[in-house]
Each structure stands twice: as C-alpha cells, then as structure tokens.
Design a protein around this ligand. Structure first.
Ligand SMILES: NC(=O)c1ccc[n+]([C@@H]2O[C@H](COP(=O)([O-])OP(=O)(O)OC[C@H]3O[C@@H](n4cnc5c(N)ncnc54)[C@H](OP(=O)(O)O)[C@@H]3O)[C@@H](O)[C@H]2O)c1
Length: 420
C-alpha cells in the first residue's frame, strides 16, 4: 500500500509562528514562497453580489464536542462581531458539487467570498475560466493551485485580501489512493496554512460521516487533517474550527433513476437493508456549512448532519422510485459476497501490478457503501443510529427523484470514477 504522506515539508507549528508575526498580506515572509505558478489576474475580480438573506429551516442538530478546551473569544476571533460584508471567507473546493452551493449561499448571506478555482475546473476539467466565473458569480474568483503551497500563497498575496475564515469543500475527484492524500489531506492543509498566514481564525471543513469507520484511504486522509485541525485549535485559543460530517448526497443515490425510468430493475446488495442514510441536498448542506461560519454553537464541534425525514435503505429508495414512475417494483438482488470476491482478486493483482492500486481501492469503496450506513455510529455498540443522526433542511429525496425523472440528471454527475 502506498501512502504518500506529507511531502509538503511544512508543519503547522512553524506556520503558527509565521501567522503570529503576520500583520497584513503585504508583510508575508518571502522565504516561504516558492514561485512556480501565479495565475492572479486583477481583471478577474468580480463585483460582490449581495441579496436578501435566505430563509432556512433548522431542525435539531446534535454535535460532538471534540475539544474540551474552553473557546476563548480573543481579538483574532472577533470577526464574528463584524457585518458579513466585512468578513472575508476563503472557499477552496469552490467548483465542486457542494462547493458551488456553498459559494452561492455565503455570497447570498453577504459575506465577501474569495473562491479558489482551477483554470479548468469541474469533472474532467470540462469548465473553462469563463464557465467558472459564471458559476461562481457573487464571489471574487482567484485562479490558483491548491496543491502547491507556494502558488496558493502567491495568488492570495496578489489578491491582497486578509482572510477571516477558510471553508474547505476540497475532495479527491477520483477517490484514488495517492489523489486522496494529495487533496483530502495535503491540499486541504495548504488551505489551512495559507489561511492562517493571511489571518484566518476559523476553519470550516467539509468532511464525511463515513470517517467514523475508516477503512478507505480517503477517509484516513480526511481524519489526519481533522486531527491536525483540532490540534491547531487546542494549541491556539484564538483559532476555532467546525468539522461538518454529512451523510449521503443526493447525487450518490440518483445513479439508478434513469435505469428505472427505462424499465430496468433496481440493483441492490443483499436484501437491500444492509445500509441506510439520511440524504441531504446540496442547498441544505451549503446552508448548514454557511451557519458554521458565524454560529457560536458550532465552534470546535464535529457535526454529523443528514437531511430531513427518516433514514432510507436502498430497498426503500428503490420502492420510492418505482412508486414515482408508477410501476411494480422489480429488484435485482446481488449477494455482497460477489464484491468480497472481486476485492480479493484485485488485492491479489495489486501485489503483482502495483499500478492497479486505485482499481483495488475503488472495489473497496464500492463494498463500503454497499454495506455501511451513512448514519452516526455508536463506538461502543458498533451500531448505526438513525435517531442520533441530526436532520437539517427541507429538501427530500422524493422531491429530488421527481425532479430527476422530469428533468434528467444534469448537475448530478458523479466523480471521475463511477463508484461514488
Ligand atoms: N458523495 C457523497 O455522498 C458524500 C457524502 C458525505 C460526504 N462527502 C464528502 O463531501 C466532500 C465534497 O464532495 P463533492 O461531491 O462536493 O466533491 P467534488 O464535486 O468532487 O468537488 C471536489 C472539489 O475539489 C477540487 N479538487 C479536486 N482535485 C483537485 C486538484 N487536484 N486540484 C485542485 N482542486 C481539486 C475540485 O476542483 P475542480 O472542479 O477543479 O476539479 C472541486 O472543487 C468530499 O470530501 C466527500 O468525501 C460526500
């Protein structure tokens, strides 16, 4: 197994020293800047779009307090007393499925959003700079490279903003082993380092509920970053975090809409009751993430979060789809052991052909989501609990299925491999 860890050669300890010295972006120590790429272009600065705050429905939200240290409100965290328009929020992963909605929601609430994007963004880089600017309307878009600390540092330096809050929606688009460590750990850490260097005193992280039971590389990469984020807050009382761990996204459950519409059976593992989730929409999750920017009740918390309604098994999701298309349910039940067999074969092949490590990882990812619930896990009993999984928002899977049946799956495409 190849775990390409922390090749950046930086540590948060040294970063903290730098950020303490720092007063304004123009006083950045040059010694830490590796000039390899700087895509700053002042003409990309867009006017800030501010509109009426959204009305959002909030339900009971339970949280896990990860740090026992009391949160001390210092001058550094006083951004919470400012008007949103005076709060600079750096968003990385701004062009992703959730990131796009987070940018929109933050801009809608009046924050000054600085969105980091690649020059070719989206699945397989299908979006041009112009597409990205259109997509991220309302934010100041900064084209840069989150995987290179120096480039990111340079780009922000050129942009000339100080940062109050970093929001990360970064994720590996492939879920492959090396890419997971590169994005879910290293690039996310780059955004923390650069954010801190530019004055950030709060970090909102989009993680995943499945890290509770880490069997996959991207989960281990996310957990490593979570641990470093928590440590940063423990060592500096003026720095805080909110770690958001959502359940399944709608896109992850929409893969069979077209098939069922076309008269095919709904495919599920075992009896279709091996796992369950409380799916959450992009808009509802974005709204929850935006709440984490100022919400004092969300400071230094790990926040599992699901959508409204009861937890749904694949069987129930399939039944719902057939009801909506007005046909008798027709299921294809696949024994989960088939996946175990495939994973065994792939694991064997990886020993001979190391280049197959991602294929083996995708097999494990598929197996994981076929059997593990996306609900809060009781570490003592090892049981998942729908009751303990907080609900938020208003968008239901049923409404989503109806819309997809009517309008097609545009905007709900999966990543660069087809297992997620
Ligand atoms: N799918 C689910 O059901 C589910 C459930 C719970 C939690 N989650 C978690 O939610 C998070 C976000 O998911 P998502 O679906 O919104 O992700 P996504 O659509 O795949 O977006 C990933 C973001 O990261 C950026 N990124 C990826 N590789 C990059 C690279 N090499 N350089 C620069 N930027 C890069 C992408 O930029 P580009 O647009 O330039 O590629 C994009 O902005 C993930 O951590 C995931 O694990 C997912």
């Amino acid at each position: 197994m190849s775990l390409s860890l922390s090749s950046n050669g930086f540590s948060l300890h040294s970063t903290k020293l730098q950020s303490c010295k720092r007063c304004s972006p123009s006083q950045l120590p040059n010694s830490q800047i590796q000039v390899s790429f700087n895509s700053y272009n002042p003409s990309l600065l867009l006017p800030l779009y501010v509109s009426e705050p959204t009305k959002f429905c909030r339900k009971r939200v339970c949280s896990i307090t990860a740090s026992t240290a009391p949160v001390v409100e210092t001058a550094k965290s006083s951004f919470r007393d400012k008007n949103p328009k005076d709060i600079n929020v750096l968003v990385v992963g701004s062009t992703g499925y959730i990131g796009k909605f987070v940018v929109k929601e933050l801009a809608h609430r009046g924050f000054n959003v600085i969105a980091i994007a690649r020059e070719k963004s989206g699945i397989r880089g299908k979006n041009s700079k112009e597409d990205t600017l259109e997509q991220l309307k309302g934010a100041n878009v900064c084209f840069s490279d989150v995987t290179h600390l120096g480039s990111l540092e340079n780009s922000l330096e050129s942009f000339g903003y100080s940062i109050d809050v970093v929001v990360s929606c970064l994720a590996s688009r492939s879920g492959g082993v090396k890419d997971s460590w590169k994005i879910d750990y290293e690039a996310t850490k780059n955004s923390l380092v650069v954010g801190r260097n530019h004055g950030a005193s709060h970090f909102v992280l989009l993680s995943a509920i499945c890290v509770q039971k880490p069997l996959l590389e991207f989960q281990r990469a996310k957990l490593k970053f979570e641990a470093e984020l928590i440590k940063e807050a423990e060592e500096d009382a003026g720095f805080t975090y909110s770690i958001v761990r959502p359940t399944a996204f709608f896109k992850s459950l929409g893969g069979q809409v077209e098939l069922v519409k076309d008269g095919k059976p709904y495919v599920m593992f075992g009896d279709g009751k091996l796992c369950a989730c409380k799916p959450i929409s992009e808009q509802d999750l974005a709204s929850f993430m935006a709440d984490c920017v100022l919400g004092r009740d969300k400071i230094n918390q790990i926040l599992p979060i699901g959508g409204p309604g009861k937890a749904l098994t694949p069987l129930e999701q399939g039944e719902m789809l057939f009801r909506l298309v007005g046909r008798e349910p027709k299921f294809l039940k696949v024994p989960i052991q088939i996946m175990d067999l495939a994973i065994g074969v792939l694991d064997f092949l990886v020993k001979i052909f190391p280049s197959m490590e991602d294929a083996a990882e995708y097999g494990k990812i598929g197996r994981y989501y076929a059997a593990e619930s996306m609900l809060v896990l009781d570490p003592e009993t090892g049981e998942y609990s729908a009751e303990e999984t907080p609900s938020y928002g208003k968008d239901t899977l049923e409404e989503f299925f109806k819309r997809m049946l009517r309008e097609g799956m545009a905007g709900q495409e999966l990543g660069e491999q087809t297992i997620f």
